[in-house]
Design a protein around this ligand. Structure first.
Ligand SMILES: *[C@@H]1O[C@H](CO)[C@@H](O)[C@H](O)[C@H]1NC(C)=O
Ligand SMILES: *[C@@H]1O[C@H](CO)[C@@H](O)[C@H](O)[C@H]1NC(C)=O
Ligand SMILES: [Zn+2]
Length: 288
């Protein structure tokens, strides 16, 4: 079959493409590992740096996310340069990690000018992490992708070999706005259908069937803010390529309240403008 004929070519091109590791370590079957960081008191974003020596970028990085997006200054992805594709799934695991709610789904690809990526998971923040001209939104979804080695088959379909160990990360983000007409986004109604079952950190449930065509069309038919920042959670790794739809998705009030009830509060505070000193370093020097 095609795959075997492609592999030798890929090995020749880039040996580093094979045998990658996943960004997020997964718990053993049947359990969900709860993250040690959180958004409250001594587990919160002000002290993530001290939780683990791997978290130094959280307090020292100068390209940290989230940011306040100033629409007059931010870059926009050029038309048709962001190719987001996630095939429909019958269902997916939906986990409460304590620090957030995450859907584990790896069948998905992202191809942009910065690279080719494979989906790792998607998750939610309430309230939004990014702000647009200082305004925050009730919720934000992050589709996290990792660098993959991708080959285009003759029929134009994409074939992914594996994650790259020297991997970089890209995130496609959607903001949400409450609909005064009760409109919502069907994909996320399916994700949140059984959210009451995972009110306790460390638990998981299964989503209903997931169809990504609606949000893909939404992404393709509006502008996309683009910048290079970081993960918004420990270890706050930089060189993350962000792609944020300029147009929020609709969310109905019932879903919002149900999500907020379980997710509570998990937005990192707004970081300093890109390239400027980390706010924690500035604050620390002011105190001393
Ligand atoms: C947040 O994390 C800190 C430090 O690990 C812990 O002491 C605290 O109980 C956690 N709080 C919540 C609400 O999970
Ligand atoms: C992901 O793709 C593989 C290969 O095409 C397929 O076998 C599998 O069922 C898909 N998984 C989901 C959750 O759709
Ligand atoms: Zn996130």
């Amino acid at each position: 079959m095609k795959v075997t004929s492609i592999l030798p070519f890929l090995i020749a091109v880039s040996a580093s493409c094979l045998h990658g590791t996943s960004l997020m370590p997964r718990a053993a079957d049947g359990t969900v590992d709860v993250n040690s960081f959180n958004y409250t008191n001594t587990g919160g974003p002000m002290v993530w740096y001290g939780l683990d020596s791997a978290n130094s970028a959280c307090s020292k990085g100068k390209h940290q996310s989230p940011i306040d997006i100033v629409t007059e200054d931010i870059d926009y992805a050029s038309a048709n340069s962001v190719h987001f594709h996630v095939p429909s799934a019958d269902n997916a695991k939906f986990e409460n990690l304590g620090s957030g709610l995450e859907v584990v789904l790896t069948n998905g690809t992202l191809v942009t000018k910065t690279g080719s990526y494979k989906l790792a998971q998607f998750h939610f923040h309430t309230p939004s992490e990014h702000r647009i001209n200082e305004e925050h939104y009730p919720m934000e979804a992050h589709f996290v992708f990792e660098t993959a080695c991708m080959y285009t088959n003759k029929d134009n379909s994409k074939f992914i070999t594996d994650l790259s160990p020297a991997g970089s990360i890209a995130v496609v983000a959607f903001l949400f706005e409450l609909s005064q007409f009760g409109y919502s986004t069907p994909l996320f109604d399916s994700v949140f259908a059984h959210i009451d079952d995972i009110a306790t950190p460390g638990t998981y449930t299964m989503t209903d069937a997931l169809d990504f065509t609606g949000i893909t069309q939404h992404l393709n038919s509006h502008g996309i803010y683009q910048y290079t920042g970081s993960l918004t959670t420990p270890p706050c790794t930089e060189e993350v390529a962000w792609y944020i739809s300029t147009e929020p998705l609709p969310l109905n009030v019932q879903s919002y309240n149900a999500v907020k009830h379980v997710l509570k509060f998990n937005a990192r505070y707004t970081q300093n403008a890109l390239g400027q000193d980390n706010l924690i370093e500035i604050a620390a020097s002011e105190v001393n």
